[in-house]
Design a protein around this ligand. Structure first.
Ligand code: SF4
Length: 314
């Protein structure tokens, strides 16, 4: 057991860790409440890759489960893809040690991907597709009602900019959505959490991290570029990333150009003043104007109506 050291530096570190813990639990609780991610009786399948993000996700959900106002169950699932050097004993030992119900699914997708993808091409697209299909099937077999993934705020922003820069569309990574096979509800409880906070918590908790480079595939170069861009912005203009993340939940369709979202062709005057109407000759909108209220807090859902219970720090 580590000896307890009581120095000003140790006290400061303890204070910062306590703040980080409270922030993580508050943000995860807020995301769960805002999007009604977990309901009474849910069986949540937590996908644990062994990386820092999914470790933190499981850790926080276990704590939430202890203090949540409703009953729900968790089952951790890891897919062993038979990548060379994958330490197959690490996760079972860790999960058993924490007393979490878990399932390890073993499927050699690594060989399939190696065989089908030409040398030098990125393997991630096929690998992800195979993994997705397997995890959907496992979710059905386990009777899971939700599939929880460890994507965080910065993943979501990167996806948003990737889609805009390279796909010419405004599309992010949703906190909650029906799976592409139409049969599962996928949730991302870390939607509001910054990656730096996840890394700090993972280091503090000393999770047995499994490196994500075992397959030898290059990480998506465009995603790396966007991540570097966002890091640079955040360093030069602190607070911008937080604003961009908040903007994903504060969309004004009438001020964009998607004719499927706003009936531009059939617009008529209403005769009623509307602060969201066009400011005509004023040029840019005032970016400091208060945002329109969001709908989450008006929900009558009992879970959403009691979001603070989810956000109580441990
Ligand atoms: S990095 Fe490797 S394991 Fe991850 S999606 Fe790409 S090919 Fe699959």
């Amino acid at each position: 057991m580590d000896a307890v050291v009581d120095t000003p530096a140790a006290r400061k570190a303890g204070f910062e860790t306590n703040k980080l813990s409270k922030r993580l639990h508050r943000l995860v609780g807020q995301a769960i409440a805002d999007f009604n991610m977990i309901e009474a009786g849910d069986k949540v399948m937590v996908c644990v890759s062994g990386g820092k993000d999914s470790h933190v996700l499981l850790d926080i959900l276990l704590e939430m489960q202890r203090r949540a106002p409703i009953d729900f169950s968790l089952v951790a699932v890891n897919l062993d893809q038979k990548q060379p050097g994958f330490p197959e004993d690490v996760l079972p030992a860790y999960l058993a040690g924490r007393g979490v119900p878990f399932h390890i699914e073993t499927r050699d997708t690594y060989s399939v991907v190696k065989r089908l993808v030409p040398e030098g091409k990125t393997m991630c697209s096929l690998c992800s597709r195979l993994r997705r299909g397997i995890l959907y099937r496992v979710a059905s077999e386990l009777g899971a009602t939700k599939i929880a993934l460890g994507h965080h705020r910065d993943d979501m922003l990167q996806t948003f900019f990737l889609n805009m820069f390279f796909g010419a569309r405004l599309k992010g990574m949703p906190p909650k959505l029906v799976s592409d096979d139409g049969r599962h509800l996928v949730i991302r409880p870390l939607a509001y959490v910054a990656e730096d906070d996840l890394a700090a918590w993972a280091a503090h908790r000393r999770f047995p991290i499994i490196p994500c480079t075992l397959c030898g595939s290059q990480e998506n170069l465009q995603r790396q570029q966007i991540a570097a861009l966002l890091r640079d912005w955040q360093q030069r203009f602190p607070g911008r990333v937080e604003n961009m993340a908040a903007a994903l939940g504060n969309v004004v369709p009438s001020h964009l150009q998607d004719r499927r979202l706003h009936p531009f062709a059939t617009l008529k005057t209403t005769g009623v003043a509307d602060p969201n109407g066009d400011h005509a000759f004023d040029g840019d909108d005032d970016p400091c104007a208060p945002p329109e209220p969001t709908t989450g807090s008006a929900s009558t859902d009992p879970l959403v109506a009691r979001p603070l219970r989810w956000m109580d720090p441990p």
